[in-house]
Ligand binder design. Structure first.
Ligand code: FES
Length: 155
């Protein structure tokens, strides 16, 4: 499916704020993702055209940022911190629990499309490790019990 008129207009509005169109590339990708949940190859090519970039240049940006999804994801994306303080503070137990409750491995989406589980580098909440994000929400000081309660809030 092609970019919608609304997406194109939002990107064009954003581009106006930049002396160089490509300066808006991250925001343009975020606009597409906000509308479609992820950035398909076709959308990437169209955005690259709007920003006068090559698809490869834009893909390099998209794949650099772990919060830009280049494959379809579930309704909610769980980003579990996979860095040293969280490792020390119980990451493995938490991950094992998540995998078992959701029935998926890292990089996978539940059969009902509810959750995608991805690793991410330090979330900057090391003093409250272990931590993870679900969509835009940061969850800290996690235990398996606390995690079960948190998951139940996401339909
Ligand atoms: S190491 Fe996990 S939040 Fe920093």
């Amino acid at each position: 499916m092609a970019l919608t008129e609304e997406e194109i207009q939002e990107i064009k509005d954003y581009v106006k704020a930049y002396p160089n169109k490509r300066g808006a590339c991250v925001e343009a990708l975020k606009i597409v993702q906000r509308h479609d949940g992820w950035v398909s190859d076709r959308h990437l090519r169209e955005v690259a055209h709007l920003l006068e970039m090559t698809p490869d240049e834009l893909d390099g940006v998209a794949t650099f940022y772990s919060l830009i999804f280049r494959e379809p994801v579930g309704r909610h994306v769980i980003l579990i911190c996979d860095s040293v303080v969280c490792w020390i503070m119980g990451y493995e137990d938490l991950l094992r629990h998540l995998k078992s409750v959701l029935g998926i491995d890292l990089g996978e989406t539940t059969a009902d499309g509810r959750f995608t589980l991805l690793p991410v580098a330090c979330l900057g909440a090391c003093d409250h490790a272990p931590a993870l994000m679900i969509d835009e929400d940061l969850h800290i000081d996690l235990t398996k019990e606390k995690l079960d309660e948190i998951l139940a809030r996401y339909e």
